[in-house]
Structures are given as structure tokens and as C-alpha cells.
Design a protein around this ligand. Structure first.
Ligand SMILES: Nc1ncnc2c1ncn2[C@@H]1O[C@H](COP(=O)(O)OP(=O)(O)OP(=O)(O)O)[C@@H](O)[C@H]1O
Ligand SMILES: [Mg+2]
Length: 435
């Protein structure tokens, strides 16, 4: 894996967070004595939640404690229990000694078969059926933890599907007596839009073994450390102060500002530090500035991709933006070089950070977004006419998002399709402009 496609959680080096790391070490120590619990990591976008969870992951690995990592997807198309599927698949890849290589995920998750195929009207199991499923999955997780303990990371909990959140609450009751340490990371302001996830957090907070870590911005000295570690040189103190002041110590903003200053210095602009003071408020401007350096064709691609989906499907983006697939690919290459998009072999491209997508999308006027969604829906209907089921959730998202440009009845018909697919649980808000 190259640096460019390494998940954010593996980003090195890591600055500051001494208090939080102390709390993490204490939780891991308790885990090693057989006592599980939960760490709730919350804060604004870009504040370093995933990175801190990554630190838990690597410190657990140092102690030979296995880690299962599941990320909730900001995507209506993700199947129920998506993060738990990732976690259980991780557990299956590391069978306990004497346990044999079992595929825990496939053994248990057929119980919800059908729901991972959008378009198949299989409501989530209810009542006693759901309770049994949660009991089975909880038993799997606690069994995986029996030998050496287990750290379970649920990242981006604010986007959890209802089943995943309910399972977390269910598992929470067993944590103090298990050898499982749950690390749940979420954007606190967005959690309130997801009632099941909010309820799961509330349930965990009531458990005695839960530690809450609300991440604030890095202090100025830590910002200096982050800048030095990231860009390989000590920054002028006034620049550090400017960056810290402007960013509030949000590491994502810090990195973005630092890159501008570094680029300016590398380009020989003596007034590199003035980039900091001249910057308008917030990361929107920082990313806007980076975008402005890209060719217009690349910006068009990114605007469309930001509106259409977290994962970037070349043909859908092309159709939605009225572009050729070649233009989209070329635009993605350029954006990849600029660090705004990352690609990994065999996977669709994605934005390097959710914030990047948020900022770009916020710049696209609603009227343009309507047209993009409509063209994306039309493209998917035409391209997959023979098997719409596999794309039903995408289509069900695009038609209602096409606003007044949706054909008569489209939005209602597809909204019904998505609801049938998901059952009556409250749907989460997908479109968020968080910057
Ligand atoms: N303590 C840190 N030291 C150095 N870099 C950091 C630190 N924390 C975060 N970063 C960097 O800041 C960026 C944002 O961090 P991260 O992705 O962890 O934020 P987040 O809170 O998970 O954001 P989001 O809400 O969008 O998921 C990443 O590039 C990461 O490498
Ligand atoms: Mg994150």
C-alpha cells in the first residue's frame, strides 16, 4: 500500500493527545486483565478521531491484542450491519488458536441475507428474531475476544445504519464482563441526526467501563510538532501561531494550511508566512485554494463526484456531469496528484477526506446538483436496466435529490423502493455540509 492510499488512521506521525493516549493505555491495561469497556471518541470533522482510533489499533497490536475495524459508510447503499461485517470478517481472518479458520461473518450474517442486495424487499429482522441475531453476533465477538482480548473499532458512527447502532447498544451491556474494548468514533454534531446511533452512545455512556474522549484542537506546541513531523522542517514560530490561531488546532486544517505554506516556501516565495495571515477563515478557503490550482475540467469532475457519491464511479460521474469517462479519469488523475482524491487497486476512487468532499459539494449550487442527480439516476436506470436491483439504493437516492427536475412519480416510486428495502427505521441525513 502506498502512502497515498493508506487510510487516515495509519497516518504518521502522531502529535499531542497525551491525555487521551494515557486513557487509552489504561483501557488497554484493563483489557489485559480481562476487563472490557468502551472508549467514545468524539469531536468535529478533521479533529483526529480516526487517527486516535488508529493509535489504539497500533498500541493494541503492540500488546498482541487483535483489532477488528469497521467504518460506517456515508452511503445509503451500504448494507445493514456494514461495519460489523468488516469487523467480523477481520475476526475470521484471525481465528483463535485451536478454533480453526472459521468464517464467522458468513456463518452468522446469512441471517440477514437479502438485505445486502439493494432492491430485495427484506425488512430488518424485528423483535425476537433481531434479538436472536444480536445474541449470535455478540457471542461471536465475545468468543473472538476470549483468547487475547479484542479491540473493536466502529468509526464514523454518525453514519451507522440502524441495525449496526442497535447491535452496538446490545453488545454494550456485555462489555464490562467481556474482554472486548469498543472504540466508537463519531462527529458529535452529526450524531443527533442519527437516533439509533445516539441511543447506542447514550447506552454506552451509562456503562461503568466507558471512557469519553472529546477531542479539542491541538495546542500551539502540538501544532508545531504536527507541522514539523508532516513537512519535515521546523516552521517559523509566527507561522505556527498563525496556523494554530486560524485552525483552532484542528489537525486536518493544520495539515492543509501547512501544505500551502510549505508549497509557497518551496516555490521560493519569501513571504510564505503571509499565506497564513492572508488566508480567509476556515478550511473551505484552504481547499478552495488548492482546487483553484487545478484545471477547470478537473474541478468539474470533482464537483460532480462530490455531489454524486462518496465512492467515485467513473461512468456515473461522467453521465451526471455531462462529461466523457476519459475526462473523468484524467480529472481524477490530476486530483490524485494534488492529494484530493485517492485510489487503490481494485477499489473505486474516493476523496482523500470526507471534508474535501463536503467543501466541494457545498460550492455546487443546488440547481446544478439537481441536474447531476437526475442524470445520474437516468444513467443508472439505462445502464442497469436488466438488473436494477443492484443499484436500487443509488437510484432511490438520486431521484429525490433531483428536486424539481425529478420526473413525475420517480422520487416517490424510488423512495418507496428504498424504504421497502430498509424497513421503517428512520433514515439518516446523507447530505451534510459540515464546513
Ligand atoms: N494527533 C495528530 N497528529 C498528526 N496528524 C493528525 C493528528 N490527528 C489527525 N491528524 C491528521 O489530520 C487529518 C484528519 O484526521 P482524522 O481523519 O483522524 O480526523 P477525523 O476526526 O477522523 O475526521 P472526520 O470527522 O472527517 O472523520 C488526517 O490527515 C490526520 O493524519
Ligand atoms: Mg474519521
Amino acid at each position: 500500500m502506498t502512502d497515498q492510499v493508506r487510510p487516515a488512521r495509519l497516518a504518521r506521525p502522531f502529535a499531542g493527545r497525551a491525555r487521551e493516549l494515557q486513557a487509552v493505555a489504561a483501557c488497554l491495561a484493563r483489557l489485559q486483565t480481562g476487563q472490557g469497556g468502551a472508549i467514545l471518541v468524539s469531536g468535529e470533522p478533521g479533529i483526529g478521531k480516526t487517527s486516535l482510533a488508529g493509535q489504539v489499533e497500533s498500541r493494541a497490536a503492540d500488546l498482541h491484542v487483535p483489532v477488528g475495524w469497521g467504518s460506517c459508510a456515508d452511503d445509503e447503499g451500504a448494507p445493514p450491519l456494514w461495519p460489523w461485517r468488516q469487523i467480523l470478517a477481520g475476526c475470521a481472518a484471525r481465528p483463535a488458536p485451536g478454533d480453526g479458520p472459521r468464517d464467522r461473518a458468513s456463518r452468522i450474517l446469512p441471517d440477514v441475507a437479502g438485505q445486502d442486495r439493494p432492491g430485495v424487499a427484506a425488512p430488518p429482522p424485528d423483535g425476537s428474531e433481531r434479538f436472536r441475531l444480536f445474541e449470535s453476533l455478540t457471542a461471536e465477538v465475545t468468543a473472538a475476544a476470549a483468547h487475547a482480548g479484542l479491540v473493536v473499532v466502529l468509526d464514523d458512527l454518525q453514519w451507522a445504519d440502524p441495525m449496526s447502532a442497535m447491535l452496538l447498544a446490545h453488545l454494550g451491556r456485555d462489555l464490562p464482563t467481556s474482554r472486548v474494548l469498543v472504540v466508537a468514533a463519531y462527529r458529535d454534531r452529526e450524531l443527533s441526526r442519527n437516533a439509533p446511533a445516539q441511543a447506542a452512545v447514550a447506552a454506552l455512556v451509562r456503562e461503568p467501563g466507558t471512557v469519553q474522549l472529546r477531542l479539542a484542537g491541538l495546542a500551539e506546541a502540538e501544532v508545531a510538532d504536527q507541522l514539523e513531523a508532516t513537512f519535515g522542517r521546523r516552521f517559523d514560530l509566527r507561522v505556527v501561531a498563525g496556523v494554530a490561531g486560524r485552525t483552532g488546532g484542528n489537525p486536518f486544517f493544520v495539515a492543509e494550511l501547512g501544505r500551502l505554506v510549505s508549497d509557497a516556501a518551496a516555490a521560493g516565495r519569501a513571504e510564505a508566512g503571509s499565506w497564513v495571515t492572508r488566508l480567509p477563515e476556515g478550511v473551505r478557503a484552504v481547499i478552495g485554494q488548492r482546487l483553484a490550482q487545478l484545471p477547470a475540467s478537473c474541478r468539474d469532475v470533482l464537483s460532480t463526484a462530490a455531489v454524486i457519491a462518496p465512492a467515485i464511479d467513473v461512468r456515473t460521474v461522467a453521465a451526471a456531469g455531462g462529461l466523457t469517462p476519459e475526462t473523468v479519469l484524467a480529472g481524477l488523475d490530476t486530483a490524485c496528484g494534488a492529494g484530493l482524491v485517492r485510489t487503490a487497486a481494485g477499489e473505486p476512487a474516493g476523496f482523500s477526506h470526507a471534508l474535501v468532499r463536503d467543501v466541494i459539494r457545498a460550492e455546487v449550487p443546488p440547481s446544478r446538483q439537481f441536474g447531476m442527480h437526475r442524470r445520474a439516476a437516468e444513467h443508472l436506470e439505462a445502464a442497469y436496466a436488466a438488473d436494477l436491483g443492484g443499484h436500487a439504493d443509488d437510484i432511490a437516492h438520486h431521484w429525490p435529490s433531483a428536486g424539481p427536475l425529478a420526473g413525475a412519480g420517480h422520487a416517490a416510486r424510488w423512495a418507496g423502493g428504498a424504504a421497502a428495502c430498509r424497513g421503517p427505521t428512520p433514515s439518516r441525513t446523507v447530505e451534510t455540509n459540515t464546513v
